[in-house]
Design a protein around this ligand. Structure first.
Ligand code: ADP
Ligand code: 5GP
Length: 211
């Protein structure tokens, strides 16, 4: 066999409440050796049940700005009054080990990553309807009504940017959605333009047989 396959960097975005966190948990449980989920830094307060280093690295604004200045983030964005950013070191390390790395980030960050790393796969996740989105946000019970309204307004803005993504995935049945996402990423590995190194190696070997 030729060179091991390279890890794919995938950005998963979607309206707050679409189910991204829930989907990622299931995907990682189903394929623990395959995927690595990047843990972002944020200045927002932890929600009940969130653990430092698992959902996020919770940092102060000063600490966050220091990370920006030190070039420690691949990208960062402000989202509803807080900073969110992707630490660079972990992503680079996992990709170099051949893991498929997932960034669960919002649209401004997604576009910045794509600009820097054009091979990045962009997936957008939505619930089946906007009404269902509102119900999921209310049902999650982690934000008050004012914060839910800010997130719904932000969703309306974000919906304008969906065409920049490669895939549009509807999270209706959770298990179906998890396997669709896995299928999309798996399929990406077979693209010719993600296999140039192996094609080159096969050509080299074939050429050695040419008399
Ligand atoms: P996000 O990370 O995109 O903000 P969450 O993963 O926190 O969204 O999900 C928002 C709420 O919707 C949670 O209460 C979650 O349990 C629920 N949820 C997620 N996926 C589904 C689904 N397929 N069907 C019904 N409810 C869902
Ligand atoms: P939440 O507060 O609901 O956890 O996240 C709010 C939004 O920030 C979500 O759309 C989430 O995907 C996004 N987000 C989380 N981490 C990052 C990050 O590192 N960078 C960017 N740009 N967005 C992020």
């Amino acid at each position: 066999m030729y060179t091991e396959r390279k890890g794919i960097l995938t950005v998963v975005s979607g309206f707050s409440g679409a189910g991204k966190g829930t989907i990622m948990k299931k995907l990682l449980q189903a394929y623990p050796d395959r995927y690595a989920l990047s843990v972002s830094a944020t200045t927002r307060e932890p929600r009940p049940g969130e653990t430092e280093g698992r959902e996020y690295f919770f940092v102060s604004t000063e600490e966050f700005e220091k990370m920006i200045d030190n070039g420690a983030l691949i990208e960062y964005a402000r989202y509803v009054n807080n900073y969110y950013g992707t630490p660079k070191a972990y992503v680079e390390q996992m990709l170099s080990q051949g893991r498929d790395v997932i960034l669960e980030i919002e649209i401004q960050g997604a576009l910045k990553v794509k600009e820097q790393l054009p091979d990045t796969l962009l997936l957008f996740i939505t619930p089946p309807t906007a009404q269902e989105l509102k119900e999921r946000l209310v049902g999650r019970g982690t934000e008050d009504i004012a914060a839910i309204e800010s997130r719904l307004s932000r969703a309306a803005e974000e919906s304008q940017g969906i065409e920049a993504y490669d895939y549009f995935v509807i999270n209706d049945d959770l298990d179906a959605c998890v396997s669709q996402i896995h299928g999309i990423i798996e399929g990406e590995h077979f693209r010719v333009n993600r296999n140039h190194h192996r094609i080159y190696e096969m050509r080299q070997e074939l050429n050695s047989f040419v008399k």
